[in-house]
Design a protein around this ligand. Structure first.
Ligand code: BG6
Length: 482
């Protein structure tokens, strides 16, 4: 589909996400002709920018992201952008926004199609949704809403927000962004699982010992201390990215590749999600907080962080399902800031075979999501000239050229919003289950806080606190990647 007519209203137009990700992604879609003559963008934010100043910012964002662009094309692209200074609580501003949207609708013959994009502080999402409804900002064509994370802070607040949003948008028109679902290797999970008989036939609880999902970051919270204090690692990374990855790994095969069938497979799995009790939390979960490194501050010394904060900057735990191919298989996750390296990976640890060779190394399937794009299998081979076994690796790594062709996650997800493909977005039913799980762990941790238990401090340049090594079901299990 080419040249989709639409007016896009972006809340948070002067922000970091817009500059780093959204403007360059929109430009790429413009360059590829998905949007072209019939689109207009209204960027709103509090700052008193002019249309011209916004256009300069958009141009700069495109140039910063791309060495090889045509100046004239960028100029034409930027001419589609309009700025409106906006206080999200102010009714008059929505009325002005509505007028501008109608004007652009006419100017660009956008056929009454609107996309609303909430890319600002999440505490405003509900207010904006309510005003969109009350001031009747939706157009006469299609209306879609894109919402950034976090979607709520717990199940209760997520339900409230959902209600506010649903007043103007159907579930089918809501695109809850999880940028991990736009990543190439996350999108590779289904083809890897389902198209190769070797992998397909062992992807079950007869062969898989455990699954390990690691989303490690080498940086601290930086300037985001204020937000992080309301979140912590569990809400920031597990409730969304880690759970979506786990769902793709453990869901039954969908009937076909439509968005509906994939969401159904996910929801069938999630109906069987085990919600952990306090005992499970004590045994199978760990939390940590980074301390100071040689040149880096401790979490408690970061800007806007309470010096007595018990917010976790590292979380590890176990997820289990009662249904699906991995029913009963422990799926371990860990994520944190100030860790040894920036790496996002999945390790499928296969069971040891009862074999004639004594102890074999474990055989694993690993998917590296970042910083490289890679899939590798570890297998056992014979040691050269002796009888013992040695570990071999079968590796498929994207070449530099292939890496260059991988579109940014935001470009892919925005493209999907334009063409109304909700496959790689979080459905409300999924989000709700993720919150149920996370709320249970948060409740457990609050009880443990009451007993004097605190997040364990960990040194930067490690893979989190020592207690993360004690969460396994079986003492023979351990983190494959160390
Ligand atoms: C975001 C979190 O969702 O994901 C951040 O809010 C985190 O805290 C980021 O740094 C990690 O994303 P990526 O793509 O860099 O692994």
């Amino acid at each position: 589909m080419n040249n989709i007519p639409v007016v896009l209203i972006l809340f948070g137009g002067s922000g970091d996400l817009a500059h780093r990700k959204l403007y360059p992604a929109l430009y790429n879609l413009y360059h590829k002709n998905l949007i072209h003559d019939h689109f207009g963008v209204i960027a709103t934010a509090r700052r008193p920018w002019s249309h011209d100043y916004l256009r300069q910012q958009v141009t700069q964002a495109v140039f910063e992201n791309n060495d090889d662009v045509d100046e004239q094309e960028v100029k034409e692209f930027a001419s589609h952008f309009y700025y409106q200074s906006h206080d999200v609580t102010h009714v008059d501003h929505y009325i002005a926004l509505k007028d501008l949207a109608s004007e652009l609708d006419e100017k660009y013959q956008a056929q009454g199609n609107r996309i609303f994009y909430m890319a600002m502080a999440p505490r405003f999402f509900g207010t904006i949704a309510t005003h969109i409804h009350d001031q009747n900002l939706t157009g006469s064509g299609f209306n879609r809403l894109v919402v950034e994370k976090p979607f709520g802070r717990d199940l209760k607040s997520a339900e409230e927000l959902n209600k506010e949003i649903r007043a103007s948008f159907d579930e089918d028109s809501i695109y809850r962004i999880d940028h991990y679902l736009g990543k190439e290797m996350v999108q590779n999970i289904m083809p890897l699982r389902m198209t190769n008989p070797i992998v397909k036939n062992i992807w079950n609880n007869n062969f898989v010992q455990n699954v390990q999902v690691t989303l490690a970051e080498s940086l601290g919270v930086g300037t985001r201390g204020g937000y992080y204090e309301t979140s912590g690692a569990l809400r920031d990374m597990v409730q969304n990215h880690i759970f979506q990855i786990i769902t793709l790994l453990a869901m039954p095969e969908p009937e076909n590749l439509t968005a509906d069938a994939i969401h159904k497979a996910k929801q069938d799995l999630l109906a069987s999600l085990q919600i952990p009790g306090l005992d499970d939390i004590k045994k199978h979960f760990a939390r940590g907080q980074y301390c100071a490194g040689a040149t880096t501050p401790a979490y408690l010394e970061e800007d806007q962080v309470d010096p007595n904060s018990t917010v976790e900057t590292f979380a590890a735990g176990q997820v289990k399902f009662n249904a699906g191919p991995l029913a009963g298989v422990p799926i371990y996750f860990r994520t944190g800031k100030e860790m040894k390296e920036k790496i996002s990976r999945i390790d499928i640890v296969l069971k040891h075979m009862n074999n004639l060779y004594g102890t074999a190394h474990s055989n694993n399937i690993s998917i590296i999501i970042d910083p490289t794009s890679e899939i590798y299998f570890t297998i056992n081979g014979k040691k050269i000239s002796t009888d013992g076994l040695r570990r071999e690796i079968l590796d498929y790594t994207f070449s530099k050229q292939e890496m260059g062709q991988v579109p940014d996650g935001y470009e892919r997800l925005l493209h999907d919003v334009f063409v109304a493909d909700s496959t790689n977005f979080t459905h409300w039913a999924e989000l709700k289950r993720y919150w149920e799980f996370v709320d249970a762990v948060e409740d457990g941790w609050r009880k443990l806080d009451g007993e004097g238990d605190k997040p364990e401090s960990y040194a930067p340049m490690a893979f989190g606190p020592k207690s993360a090594n004690d969460i396994f079901d079986n003492p023979k299990e351990h983190w494959i990647y160390r």
